[in-house]
Design a protein around this ligand. Structure first.
Ligand code: PGA
Length: 298
């Protein structure tokens, strides 16, 4: 699997390019299920198998659909223990504090799926950056396409959320992606550039790490994963565009792919030089699937 030129690799914050596998639980799981998941995840990460085990075929990556069991794959490549990527979970708001507690002392960090741009105030139903930090969060998703769709979030609002997250020491994970119609009309790169520029308009730049997820809308929850070549083409474009927009060194931008990632397609995607990790939806609801994706992303 490719190391990718300039990839930093180390866990933790900082401005370097990182290897990250993140799970977006969306509006799934109750507290008991979340606790079970965290236990299994911790156990899976602790008990790294001593030798490689082949990947089992992937289950259909439909969010909330029952996922077929898979063999937990090895965290081993060519006989050597592979570095485990940074692992992040994005549970829904009511689960955040409990999941952060369950994962305390582990290397897994927790993030929120959204935040309000203001620090406090009369915003019924919203959650602020300081409240997320207080709940144990280290990350915030900004501009996921389901929020753009369900809540009419504009590019400008997403930019304010990115800035708010950074202001409070949360790493913003900015999501961008084109619709099927936009891709068919040849607008993909223009759409992504617009989302990126607006999303990073107020980004303070380093030392807050810049992490971006390319999530083509047509690939989310559909099983229609972008091909490794398509993902690489877009990620290469995003790396250059993000470095221009945020003033970051291009090599320091971490670019995740999201959209129907499974244990069966993760290896081909992560082998691309500009794919630094994943934002996983449906397959992150099953610890064995999630562990299998982590295993091939080290
Ligand atoms: P999916 O979702 O893996 O179920 O396609 C990805 C996402 O929306 O972050």
């Amino acid at each position: 699997m490719s190391g990718g030129a300039g990839r930093g690799g180390g866990a933790g914050g900082g401005g370097g390019r990182r290897r990250i596998v993140a799970g977006n639980w969306k509006m799934h799981l109750l507290s008991a299920e979340a606790a079970r998941f965290c236990n299994e995840l911790r156990r899976g990460l602790d008990e790294r198998p001593a030798r490689p085990v082949p990947l089992a075929p992937a289950a259909p990556p439909v969010a909330a659909a029952p996922l077929a069991p898979v063999e937990v794959t090895a965290f081993v490549a060519d006989g050597a223990v592979a570095p485990v990527p940074e692992v992040v979970l994005f549970p829904s708001f009511p689960l955040l504090a409990a999941v952060a507690r369950e994962l305390a002392g582990s290397a897994v960090t927790v993030g929120a799926q959204d935040l309000h741009p203001a620090d406090r105030g009369a915003h019924t139903g919203d959650v602020s950056g300081p409240q997320l930090v207080d709940a144990g969060c280290r990350w915030a998703l900004c501009g996921h396409s389901e929020r753009r769709r369900d809540h009419g979030e504009s590019d400008e609002l997403v930019g304010l959320k990115v800035a708010a997250a950074a202001r409070h020491g949360l790493t913003p994970l900015l999501c961008v992606g084109e619709s099927r119609e936009q891709r068919d009309a040849g607008e993909t790169l223009a759409v992504l550039e617009r989302q990126l520029r607006s999303g990073l308009a107020a980004h303070p730049g380093p030392p807050v790490a810049l992490v971006i997820a390319y999530e083509p809308v047509w690939a989310i929850g559909t099983g229609l994963t972008a091909s490794p070549e398509t993902a690489q083409e877009v990620h290469r474009f995003l790396r250059a565009a993000a470095s221009g927009a945020a003033g970051d060194d291009a090599a320091a931008v971490t670019l995740l792919y999201g959209g129907s990632v499974t244990p069966g397609n993760a290896a081909g995607l992560i082998a691309q030089p500009d794919v630094d990790g994943f934002l996983v939806g449906g397959a992150s609801l099953d610890p064995r699937q999630f562990l299998a994706i982590i295993a091939c992303s080290g």
